[in-house]
Design a protein around this ligand. Sequence first.
Ligand SMILES: [Zn+2]
Length: 274
Amino acid sequence: MDSFNLDKMQTCLVNGNAHYKMELCPGNLLELNSLVGKSLWLLYQDIINCTHCQKMTKKSFSGGYCYPCSIKLAECDICILKPELCHFANGTCREPQWGQSHCMTDHYVYLANSSGLKVGITRAGQVPTRWIDQGAVAALPILKVSTRLQSGLFEKLFATEVKDKTDWRKMLKGQNEEINLYDSRDSLFELFGEQIDSLESDLGSGQITVLEDETMVKISYPILEYPQKINSLSLEKDKKVGGVLKGIKGQYLLFDTGVINIRSHTGYKIKIEY
Ligand SMILES: [Zn+2]
């Protein structure tokens, strides 16, 4: 089997079930769901290639980039982590064209049950991928807005009441309590009614749509067994990662030996055995 550079697992949702694929080379996708219950190994080749320019890099920056790319690309800027800091309107976007298509476009603010109730934002085209990547078992869009910045402002407002991060260890243990996201939405709207109205009028008419009739999306993951305790594996430390694949959730492979975050190993060159 040839070596290849890891990228985040590709996902789709079919009848409420998350499906995962790993790209071994362009056009060659390995179906991962059917490997659950079987043996799978990732063998690190001690090489990292930048996911943007492909150059070799000793260390991975911003989740898969070489240092020069990490300081040059808009997708590595701080506003990608903190959308409320989007500075496109100031004319200082690192790559205005990229910003135009990725940030100056419709976004959703949503509630999800990942490791509990959380608020998040996503580009409209990233639904339901974003939810699967976070390991959410349920999600509900609550606002539609016209830019990434607007979504960030609402997220920040709601985050004073609801978490905006996922506790990945808890998410991987899979003991989600049922949360009625409709109730959570209604209480947020009630609590923040005035602030929502005032943000809406600040941002201009037609920029914000309050979503009161969306249907909650439920997501099941291919999992035989949840880990009792979380042993975190890394290619740098462990070199050879794998064992019996017990399940897949978020961007994690759950082995009988521990768990590995595939996304945080973007650009790592590996061979696989299965
Ligand atoms: Zn690069």
